[in-house]
Design a protein around this ligand. Structure first.
Ligand code: SF4
Ligand SMILES: [Zn+2]
Ligand SMILES: [Zn+2]
Length: 327
């Protein structure tokens, strides 16, 4: 994986491709360009800015809610959205929203980083815990599940609950858009997972641009301003900016043989040989989404009898089914 160690000491052959500075340089493998520290930071910020504009992600009157985990991606996103918003006349202040899943020390330490960064950037911050909102922490759910003997991976619960909480609380905070820190690697990984499981409706319903019509009003518009930056470059950017972010990986991701982890390892392996692979996947995903959207967008879509959210299940959505199970 690339990192600050890829900033190599100056040599005659390795000047910054943009400003010719004789300094430490970073080699962007998928383009072959060399960057000095300053040009690398500027290039990342430019990609974020251009992505927001190209995909019509923000409107001047938006009230942006940022999903803030305390990791490198969401902190890089927070910093850049604040910077962009400061330039926008009369824009409403950002609100950071963190979800405390209740995963042993992991959630607590991560949330602490989120609290620190919000103080540093002077951003209002809302923290919601699984325990308080649905009555059980993720660790409680895993324990309960073990005793039941019918084992499902914690991520199945966690992702469904977190997605719903971010949306529901975002709406309670009068947000108009939910900004998430998914980077290019996350998007490619999810796309590949959807292909492997033949989840064509999910691919069809992914919205990358706010120009596309919404299926209904239940979900806030979600935007991914980092979606064109590979994970290793977000990491390098966060280190160079000296953000104080939380580094460890979730223990559930390490301890359970989830397919997502294997897909990521597969992508990282291929990247060694073909650094452009994530970009190809992303382009394919955009194209495939637009081809499939006509056919699948509202096909077989029902509305949950409990909460009214759209679902492909006949009666209750996954979230309501999970809540009923664990209560
Ligand atoms: S890895 Fe799984 S359990 Fe951990 S935070 Fe992510 S979705 Fe939740
Ligand atoms: Zn330079
Ligand atoms: Zn429901």
């Amino acid at each position: 994986m690339n990192g600050p160690e890829d900033f190599e000491p100056f040599s005659e052959k390795r000047k910054c491709s943009l400003c010719n500075t004789k300094a430490f340089v970073y080699r962007r493998r998928h383009s072959g360009q060399y960057f000095c520290k300053k040009c690398f930071i500027e290039s990342i910020e430019k990609i974020i800015y251009k992505t927001i504009s190209k995909f019509n992600m923000l409107k001047p009157e938006d009230k942006i809610i940022i999903g803030l985990s305390g990791g490198k991606d969401s902190i890089a996103l927070l910093y850049n959205l604040k910077k962009i918003q400061n330039k926008t006349y009369n824009s409403k202040p950002l609100i950071a929203l963190s979800i405390d899943e209740g995963i042993n020390h992991y959630s607590k330490q991560r949330i602490q980083k989120a609290i620190n960064i919000c103080k540093e950037f002077d951003i209002s911050h809302k923290i919601i815990s699984f325990k308080k909102y649905i009555g059980k922490s993720l660790d409680d759910i895993v324990e309960w599940q073990k005793n039941k003997g019918d084992f499902r991976f914690p991520c199945n619960y966690c992702a469904t609950i977190k997605r719903r909480l971010l949306n529901d609380i975002g709406k309670e905070l009068n947000g108009t858009v939910l900004a998430l820190g998914h980077n290019l690697t996350d998007i490619s990984e999810t796309y590949l997972m959807n292909i492997l499981y033949n989840r064509l409706p999910l691919i069809a319903r992914t919205n990358f641009s706010r120009k596309n019509s919404k299926l209904n009003d239940a979900y806030l518009d979600r935007i991914f301003p980092l979606m064109r930056i590979p994970e290793d470059e977000v990491e390098l950017y966060a280190k160079l900016k000296q953000f104080d972010y939380y580094k460890p990986v979730c223990p559930n991701r390490k301890n359970f043989p989830i397919l997502r982890r294997k897909v990521l390892e597969f992508l990282q392996n291929i990247k060694q040989q073909s650094p452009e692979i994530e970009f190809n996947l992303f382009k394919g995903c955009l194209r495939f989404t637009s081809i499939l959207s006509e056919e699948y967008r509202s096909k077989n879509l029902n509305f949950c009898v409990e909460c009214g959210y759209p679902t492909s299940n006949p009666l209750k959505c996954e979230y309501c089914k999970l809540l009923k199970e664990i209560k």
